[in-house]
Design a protein around this ligand. Structure first.
Ligand code: SF4
Length: 302
């Protein structure tokens, strides 16, 4: 995929479907946002200064090299009295790249859960191929996440502006961002290995997999490699990963690990359940004193 524009800067239009604006707000936290936007001719964005109004954009008179779509697709939804389907058809056909930002635009997400019969992503309805832009799927890049990490969108827009190829996985997510599991890079990995569980949220010690519902070993994303606000991640702050980048998000009981006779229903991706149980049994037979105490002792040395 490469940019078809022969102008100095590619034009970018950001449209919204059914959304909470979370991806827009996340994007505003990108540290190099002004430099990134300088690479584009921003024609429309719901919050950022742009050269066109929404009413001009829905009249379909603007060129569009990159179409960014935030939110779930609802076939009954209109923008300025124009159906979303017409807008997506028009701009989707003209754009060289289409980016679905967030899990709603990628798979339906939270708003699919609120209207399951109607709402979907651009080319997926959860993990099924379906959606208004299916015929244009080769142009679509999904950046799932609830919300999208600002750096993931920054990376994607920078690559497009620089005419660089973005390889994607079967769900059309960039391989560079979604090949790892959220488990990779978590500071709690040693607790996971020795099966030392966190007993509550917000603690520095313990793994959140068994008692708190952490989905990181089953979730593709780079949250523990590319930190949020350059500082942290859910698991680093003591909150379990919700698996928000996967097509089955949101699930029920986000803070609960489903078990059957004390055995987790889901085990880390690619690991046979039998192997997981064997390793767990061995690890639990040992007590590593260093991992069972507080990481930072409140007592001061005499
Ligand atoms: S808290 Fe989650 S990401 Fe961290 S080690 Fe445990 S399972 Fe993996």
């Amino acid at each position: 995929m490469h940019c078809a524009s022969d102008r100095d800067r590619p034009t970018l239009i950001w449209l919204q479907g059914v959304t909470c604006n979370g991806n827009t707000h996340s994007f505003l936290n990108l540290p190099y946002l002004p430099q990134l936007l300088a690479k584009y001719d921003l024609l429309y964005h719901p919050l950022l200064p742009a050269s066109s109004t929404l009413s001009e954009v829905v009249q379909c008179k603007r060129p569009c090299d990159v179409l960014v779509f935030e939110g779930a697709y609802d076939p009954l939804m209109k923008r300025h009295e124009v159906l979303l389907s017409e807008l997506l058809d028009y701009y989707g056909m003209r754009a060289g790249h289409i980016i679905g930002v967030g899990s709603c635009a990628s798979f339906g997400g939270m708003f699919k859960a609120s209207a399951p019969q109607r709402n979907s992503g651009l080319i997926f309805d959860e993990s099924e191929s379906s959606g208004p832009l299916l015929a244009l799927k080769n142009k679509v890049i999904n950046l799932s996440g609830c919300p999208v990490h600002p750096e993931w969108l920054g990376y994607t827009l920078s690559m497009i502006a620089d005419n660089k190829e973005i390889k994607v996985d079967t769900l059309h997510r960039p391989l560079e961002l979604y090949s790892h599991l959220v488990h990779h890079g978590c500071t709690r990995n040693e607790y996971f290995e020795w099966k030392v569980d966190a007993k509550a949220f917000g603690l520095k010690e313990g793994c959140l997999f068994y008692l708190q519902g952490c989905r990181a070993p089953m979730t593709h994303a780079s949250c523990n490699r590319i930190l949020w606000n350059d500082v942290s991640s859910k698991t680093r702050s003591g909150t379990p990963c919700f698996g928000c980048t996967e097509p089955d998000f949101p699930r029920n009981d986000l803070f609960h690990t489903k078990t059957n006779m004390s055995i987790p229903e889901d085990v880390p991706l690619g690991v046979p359940k039998r192997s997981y149980l064997t390793i767990t049994g061995i690890a639990k037979a040992f007590h590593i004193e260093r991992l069972e105490g507080k990481l930072i002792d409140d007592k001061t040395a005499d």
